[in-house]
Design a protein around this ligand. Structure first.
Ligand code: FAD
Length: 450
């Protein structure tokens, strides 16, 4: 493969171009339009085109945030990138108002994200996966970073003063379970179903009890009208998501400040108290719909939707024409074999660990207890004084910035804070180029330990 250096030094290089770095691109764009010294920004995205959890864009699935928590409104309500501006441009504003919803469909929100992303087509390199970040030394200081990315054209290296990692989530499967033609993760649902062509499975299983699990169960039951669908989970029943107004304040921008300044035990307490707003919970309407269908089938006697509660698949074995699940019923400790054509593990995600791209920077990184990166309130990774190049992280800091870290709720505010921090950092390191007087002490701004 060929390696080539690409373009000029940029002030900010975003790794990943999902909603988090898209919100950042908008914040930078709006900063650049403000008359202040502009930032040069570019982004790498490994997908061939913009896409937000495309294979879970199930018809009728809705957002779990208000449309006002879009890419900009909480930061800049007058932005031309708002969901309302999108509706206006698409000629649907009045129809949306008449629709009387605050949670738009995921399909519509995806269209909004694509509409916004299209305005940055010249800044994003799609089909380009970042594989490593190397220090650039001036004397003994790390003053820039070389970002290596692989695409079908070979390896490119781009130099940046600051990088922002927003690499999203990685699928979780139970230990020992490997994805395969008949063993899927929920994140690949629609692509896998499309791949079946005209084949009509007769028996399907879904493992998990969160929002994705309930959505996949509903979708498979509705789509394969002759198939039996088994939903397997260790809870007694699905738990309803807490979207009540007081609890919802845990997603407010102000909650990030309070969370960040709290002691570790208080942070953990808050995460435990409010897990029910986000983790392993399901929208109440969807729970009711699944119950309604199940009850209706009992009335008609044609039962094909089944719930195996308080149960766990203990063994998952591919067979010649399907998958065998050995399912343990936990109260009785009895195990029963269930043969299915396909099984979907809706067993969640974990944030992608940013560390894997930072190996070459290790000598300069500060580490906290349990070897975690130390990340400041401004999402900048704390490094020692010999490194002026910045590394920022979006999405993997729930233990420091709270439950909204990996979600969309505050992404526009977070993007604004990162853009501001990068502007300050560039001013400090390049006073002549921007023509402004350096501010601050030369130490990283607002970098607090965990
Ligand atoms: C089905 C589903 C529905 C959801 N619905 C909601 C919701 O309604 N409300 C909410 O607040 N949250 C929701 N979430 C949570 C979700 O984390 C956020 O919506 C959102 O995806 C976070 O944006 P992000 O940009 O940080 O991460 P992502 O959207 O995951 O984007 C990260 C991007 O980085 C790219 N990437 C990764 N590694 C590299 C690399 N090395 N080089 C180049 N590119 C790379 C990926 O291809 C991806 O495009 C949902 C999650 C799922 C799975």
């Amino acid at each position: 493969m060929s390696t080539q250096s690409k373009g000029e030094l940029v002030d900010l290089l975003g790794i990943g171009f999902g909603p988090s770095n898209l919100a950042l691109a908008i914040a930078v764009h709006e900063h650049n339009g403000s008359g202040e010294a502009p930032l040069r920004a570019a982004f790498h995205e490994r997908q061939p085109r913009f896409g937000w959890h495309r294979d879970m864009l199930i018809d009728d699935s809705t957002m779990q945030i208000s449309y006002l928590k879009d890419l900009v409104t909480l930061r800049n309500p007058t932005s031309s990138f708002s969901f309302v501006a999108y509706l206006h441009e698409k000629g649907r504003l009045i129809d949306f108002i008449n629709h009387q919803v605050i949670y738009p469909s995921r399909v519509e929100f995806h269209d909004y994200l694509e509409w916004s992303a299209a305005r940055f087509a010249d800044q994003v390199e799609y089909g380009s996966e970042v594989t490593a970040i190397h220090p650039v030394l001036t004397d003994d200081r790390v003053t820039a970073l070389d970002v290596h990315a692989v695409s079908e054209d070979g390896v490119t290296v781009r130099r940046a003063r600051n990088v922002v990692l927003a690499t999203g989530l990685s699928a979780c499967l139970p230990d020992g379970v490997e994805r395969g033609d008949r063993i899927w993760h929920s994140g690949e649902l629609l692509g896998r179903v499309a791949g079946l062509g005209d084949a009509r499975p007769k028996r399907l299983a879904v493992v998990g009890a969160g929002q994705s699990a309930a959505e996949v169960t509903e979708y498979l039951h509705r789509t394969f009208t002759d198939a039996e669908v088994y939903s397997v989970f260790s809870r007694y029943g699905y738990s309803a998501a807490d979207d009540s107004p007081f609890a919802n304040r845990i997603f407010d921008p102000a909650a990030v400040d309070e969370f960040f300044t709290s002691d570790t035990d208080v942070r953990q307490m808050l995460l435990d108290y409010h897990a029910g707003t986000n983790y392993a919970v399901v929208d109440r309407d969807l729970i009711n719909e699944l119950y309604r269908r199940s009850y209706h089938e009992r009335v008609t006697g044609r039962r094909r939707l089944r719930f195996l509660n308080v149960s766990r698949p203990r063994r998952v074995t591919p067979t010649a024409d399907g998958v065998r699940l050995d399912i343990e019923h936990l109260p009785t400790r009895t195990t029963t074999a269930l043969d299915v054509d396909y099984v979907v593990f809706a067993t969640g995600y974990r944030p992608s660990r940013p560390d894997r791209l930072l190996d070459a920077l290790e000598p300069w990184l500060r580490r906290a207890e349990h070897d975690e990166l130390v990340v400041g309130r401004d999402y900048r990774v704390l490094t020692d004084g010999r490194m002026s190049a910045g590394v920022y992280v979006q999405g993997a800091t729930e233990h420091l910035h709270g439950i909204s870290s990996s979600l969309l709720s505050t992404s526009c505010v977070r993007a604004g804070e990162i853009a501001e921090s990068v502007v300050e950092a560039v001013r400090r390191t390049e006073p002549m180029a921007t023509g402004s007087v350096p501010r601050g002490s030369g130490q990283p701004r607002q970098v607090l330990g965990s």
